[in-house]
Each structure stands twice: as C-alpha cells, then as structure tokens.
Design a protein around this ligand. Sequence first.
Ligand SMILES: Nc1ncnc2c1ncn2[C@@H]1O[C@H](COP(=O)(O)OP(=O)(O)OP(=O)(O)O)[C@@H](O)[C@H]1O
Ligand SMILES: [Mg+2]
Length: 852
Amino acid sequence: MSDTLPQSPDQALPAELAVLPLRNTVVLPLTIQPLAVNRPQSTEAVNRALTADRMILLVLQRGDDDPPTEADLRRVATVGVIRQMAKGQAGLQVLVEGLARVQVTAFAQADGHLRASITPAPEPTYPSLEIEAYIRQLRELTDRALSLATGIPSDLRPLLASIDDPLRLCYVLASMLDMKAEDKQLLLEEDDLLVKVRAVTQSLNREVELLALKGKIESEAQQEMSDQQRQYYLRQQLKKIREELGETEGEETQELRRRIDEAKLPDHVAPTIGREIDRLERMPPASPDYQMIRTYIDWVLDVPWSVTTEDRLDPVEARRVLDEDHYDLEKVKERIVEYLAVRKLKGDLKGPILCFVGPPGVGKTSLGQSIARAMNRKFVRMSLGGVRDEAEIRGHRRTYIGSLPGRIIQALRTAGSANPVLMLDEIDKVAVGFQGDPAAALLEVLDPAQNNSFRDHYLEVPFDLSRVLFITTANQLGPVHPALLDRMEVIPLGGYTEGEKVHIARRYLIPRQLQEHGLHEGSVEITEPALRRIIAEYTREAGVRNLERQIGTIARKIAARIAGVRPPVEEAATDGGTTSSHTPLSMVTEARERIEARVAGETAQPPAPGQADTSSTSLPERWTVDRDEVPRYLGPPRIRSETAFRTSRPGVATGVAWTDAGGDVLFVEATLLPGGKGDLVLTGQLGDVMQESARAALSHVRASVAMLGIAENLLRTHDIHVHVPAGATPKDGPSAGVTMATAMVSAATNITVRDDVAMTGEITLSGLVLPIGGIREKALAAKRHGIKTVILPELNRQDLDELPAEARDEMTFVPVATFEDVLKAAMPAPSKGSGVRGQGSAGVKGQQGSDM
Ligand SMILES: Nc1ncnc2c1ncn2[C@@H]1O[C@H](COP(=O)(O)OP(=O)(O)OP(=O)(O)O)[C@@H](O)[C@H]1O
Ligand SMILES: [Mg+2]
C-alpha cells in the first residue's frame, strides 16, 4: 500500500484535510508514531482519511477540551499518512508517518469531524559548517546515549547512523527524546535549521547526562551491596573459625567484664565502664569507634583505682633509710618522720604537700625517691618543665582523635598504685600557654579539699588523688604561682659547702659510683685533697651533680683499666696537657717503649691508669687517687679563679648574685667616656629593676663627688658606661647596686678594687645600703670563687648565723650601713687626695663573735 503514497509531499499535498487534534504530543515530519484515537470526532476523521488517500492533518491542541475550539488548535501542523490501523477495546490504534509541515489557513466543521485548509510550509535545508558541527556532536551524543542506555533495540544504532539529512536526524532524535509537546511544537514551527539542531543537541545532551548519572547511582548501589555481602561472608568465616577454636562470639567483651571484676572498680566507675562494654558489643569491630572505646576501656582498667601499697609507718626505720640515702638535710628528714609518727597515731592524716626549693644537684629529686623508699611507697616523677597546656595535666576529651589521659593519670598508671609518692618536678618552670592555664589544673590536683575527685578529661570518671603524697621541686620560688605556693609546705635545700661536699662524696657518691661501675667498696680511694681539688677545679656548683659525674668518670676509667680496655683518648692528656691521638702507629710505639722500659728494668710504679699497662697481673689491689693524679683521670682543670684577673684594672667590681643555679659572682664594669655630659649607658641584658638601681648608684656618686675623691668636673664632661658581662643571661634585681656604684667610683678615681672582695646590697640615693636576700647561696658562691671578704648590708647581719661554720671560719664578712663603708672595705685609700677612703674597717671574722 505504502508505494501508492506520494513520496514527494510538496507535489501531492491536498488543499484541505481531515484534522486529528492531538493532546500532549506532536508528530514531527519524517518520523513514525503510534497514536491512540478514541474521541468520536477524531475517530470520524481517521475513517474519512482511510476512505480517501489516508492522509490526515496532525494538529497539537492546547488544553483538554473535547471537541477543541478553533482557538485551541495550532496553526502549524504536520500532514501525516496512516500506515496501519487496528481496532481495540479503548478505541483505534493507528500508526502515522509524518510527511511535511504545513500552515493551516482555516478550520471548518463538517459531518462530525473537523477539516482544515492548508498551504505548504516547506523547511529549507542549507549546508553550513556550524550545522555540520552540530550534527557531528549529535552523532557523538547519540552514540554515548546508546551505550549508556539499556534495553535499546539493537538495530537502532545503524538506523540512526544511516540518516544523512540533518532535518530528518533532528526530527527522528526529537521524537525519541523525552521532549515536552510544547517544545516539539516550537521545533516544528522554527524555520531556521541551525536553531532546530541546537535545540535537539541541548535536549540530547541533557539526556546523556541523566543516563550517566543514572548509571553511576546504579553502580554505587551495586558496590554497596557487594561490600555488605563481602562483610557478611567474612563474618561468617570468622564465626566458623571461632567455632573451630572453641571460642564463643562475645569472648573479647567477656574478657573485659572479667577484668572489670578483678580491677575492683569503685562504685562510680563500674557502671560507666559496663555501659561502654555494652556499646562495644553492639558494634562491628571494624568501625572506627570500636577501637576508640576499646582503648578507653583499657585505660580505665589500667588505672590503679583500688590498688594501694601499705605504708611503713615506723619512724625509726624510716629515719634509717633516709640517712642511708642522704647526708644532712635534717629539716626534711625530720618533717617526714614526724608525719609518719602522727599517721601512726591517727589513721587518716592528709599528706603534706612538700615543695623542695634549691639550686640544681642538691638532692631534691633523689630525696623524693628516698622518702618513697622510707615509706615503702611507689615513686613516680613527672616534670612540669615547659608544660603549657592544661590538657597535658588533665588530658583531652575523648572526642579528640588520638586523645589520652593527662600526665597525672599516666603517672599513676606507671606507679601502679593509687598512693605513690608523686614528684612534680620543676614546678617553677610551668609555662602559661594559651590553651588554658596548667597552673589552674595543678591547683585542683594539689588541693586536699578537691583532689579526692580529680576529673581527667579523658577518663571522665573522677579519681581520688588524696592518697597520693605530692612532692614538688623548684629552683626558685619567684615564678611559682602564688596560689600554688600557698598550698605547699616549702622546704629550702641550700647549696653545700666544700666540707659538706667532701663528706657527701665520701659517704654517698663514691660508694654509689663504685657500685655502679662494678667495683668493690674500698677498692678505690679518692683522698680528701683530691676531692677538694675536684670540687674546686673541676666543678663550680651549689649541688653535687657534677661532682658525682666526675667521680663516675674516675670509677669508669679504673673499671676500664681493670677490664683490660685501653683508656679513652682524653686520658692520655696527663699533666702535660697535650692530647695524643691513638692512631695505631702511636699505640705501637707506646707499646714498644713500654716493653723496652721493662727490659731495662724500669718498672713503672704504681701503674697509673693514664699510662696504659696491659698486663693485668701488675694491677694494684687498691687504687688511690691523690691530688696530683686527678688530671690524669679528668684532664686539665677546667675552672680557674678569674677574680684577680678580672679586677686587675680600675672600673671593675665583684658582686655576688643569687641565681637559679644557686649563687654566682658577677663582675660589673664601668668606664668613663670622654666628650659626654654625664649620661648613663647600660649594657648586659639588665632588667628594669637593675637599671633603676644603676641610675640610683650614679646619682649618689655624682652627688657625692667631693666626698668620694672624684675630680669636680669629671662626671659632667664624661658619660659613664656600665656593663655586666657573662653572656646573654638576663640579670635583674636591686642587689648589685653597691657593686655598680663601686665600679663607677673605681673608674672615676682610677683606683682598682680589691681582688679578694665581693659585695652585695641595694643602694639608695642618699648612699644607704639596704638588705637583700639569698645570703647563704651568695656566700657559698663567693667561697667557691676564692673570695676572702664579702661586704653585705648591715641589716642582713642576722643572716650570718645561718651560714655554715666552714664559710664563717674561712671568710670575713663586713656588714655595712653606708656606701662609704663599702668603699672603705673594698678599695685602698687614694694614693693622693683627701684620703677619704682607707683600710680603716678591719672587717669582722665570722668566728669572733656569736652576734654575726
Ligand atoms: N645530701 C646528699 N646526700 C647524698 N647524695 C646527695 C645529696 N644531695 C644530692 N645528692 C646526690 O646528688 C645527685 C643529684 O641530686 P638530684 O638529682 O636529686 O638533684 P636535684 O636537686 O633534683 O637537682 P635539679 O634541680 O637539677 O633537679 C643525686 O645523685 C643525689 O643522690
Ligand atoms: Mg631534680
């Protein structure tokens, strides 16, 4: 039948046709489309067409009206030919093929159906590069769409590929796309081919994107499925393996519950942990929360909630232990013994919070250890140096990734008991950070009223710290938070005198070092003069840490000799002070020399370890280290007194200062700069207080030039520069006032200061000398530097009582009330001039009276 149809529509289009109004669809020319026809007018139109040449006008109708009004019908439409028709229950099924676009000139009602007069509306196609490009794009998109879409008839691809005509391709694709009827109508009405092609490309593009997205969603869903299946599969396997091993599923949590029972958790902790274990049980082990909860439970179980050690409350025994470990330190030992005695009488005594203050190496840390030993408690130490964050003390909340308990709880876990001696070292070095003040957390830790329910952020459940014996240490009290200081019982530990050091070395350090190096007690003797030399020339410290180190070096070298190992390089530098390197060659020559010496009968005796002697038979039973042999073990002396050298010129005065490390001497230099006008220049990292003190000193000196024997105009025509050397260490405090004034006077009068005198004291504008602190440490430091006379404020006179007898015996202390008195003791009288100064005051020998 189809071959009777006109192939070229232009030629054979009738002037008027039966109309088939279409709701919701547009049949485009050059496409084929099935339609369902059931309205009476439409059915009549189809019948009419079938009886004629099968042609029918396919018109889009706006709205649903039946029959449609003329205004509802569009004026641009498609002439179609009915290819097939079937009658069904719901009406007619027709297959129409669009032939050409026409323009409707008029509609008219006739015999139960609608008719229209039409004129052709041909669609010009013209070649254009742009259209060509779009067509290519359309073909690519078609390919992508076909490869993405599923369930497409296999012959569609070649069919589409065979369409050459751009217009036809446009219409065919548009008819296949899910386009709105209104859009299809616009496409039909459009005259410009380029616009049509562009519109179809856009629609197809959108379609491709939708298809791709759909594919992605589908494959994701599939992936999820297979992951779940995999997990399920693995878990089934695991279950099988466990069954094989005879384990039941809740093994891990059962084990945890058992540990809870064992840990005897306090009532407020057990339920919390129980809940966590419940959570754990309901969780797949692979989930990230699982490990987190697991770690938390382990932590809680490791904290010694109810593990305590039993205290030894025997004061006599405790005292014996304390004496065994430390020399002197009477006050602390007494305090501990008292505490134990009272505890014995009255069961629950809150432990004191002790704070040991003193220079490095005086035994603060080791005393804490000893106290723990005396009481039979565990000992843990945590350093607070540089702690700047509250969380370091108290932990991070569990919501932080990788969070842990704070140091207090960690220390307790290390101790393994809830009542250890917990030493908080360097409490003066706690830094104030920006993330909460650690001091605030420490306040809670050290407050007996609250620390029975200390809350660590990580643990969340409170821990009772009241059973802990806290001991803190500091080098100085100045930087310690006042509120913290208030909670603690401060026990000062001062530096040691030379005599005390000798004693400590003999009784404690030497035996300990010998033992540590595997040497028998009594196998090595370091004579007292040797010890004094080590103290004076190899260490210059308030405590005994370096002394112990030096003794350790001697012990090590002796042990190495006994074991037959050649002594290390530095030892070869004996009295001569030259270092010989141990090249194999020099070893050979040395050995030869030794053998030759033996053959010649010159046996070296006693063989000192510096001179290597490999025959162990000739090693002595007992090694004695005397004063002269010290350099053989320790190398040339490291420290020489520099006081005499430094004060050999005018303008330098020796002061004594109180530092972190105990006491120290410092040299103040002053010099006059010609061409000035009396200004003051200060250098050497001086703090504000020290600078003000320097100004006061200068003002006093300038006001008293006549009395001090300084030329009238000198300080008006010169600037004065005051410098305090010694590296970049910041210095502060008023106690160098008299020293600075003395240096100025020395510079102005050109008279040197006595080289064995050191001084300390604050100066006022009127030249009075005011009291200062730290006399004991300053006196010991002066002594370590070989100073014979110490000038100090009159108002510090009573402090002299507290000085060790040794210092009082060997040094002269000159208490002064005015700056004039300082000069009398520190500088000889001027060679010419009014003779205001002189050696008038003889000074006071410490041992002369008990009133010191
Ligand atoms: N009176 C003493 N008797 C016996 N040994 C002592 C005495 N004083 C200190 N020592 C020993 O000196 C060494 C150093 O002491 P320790 O480490 O306790 O010093 P410290 O005061 O804690 O110093 P730092 O302030 O630097 O921490 C230790 O081996 C200690 O045993
Ligand atoms: Mg210490």
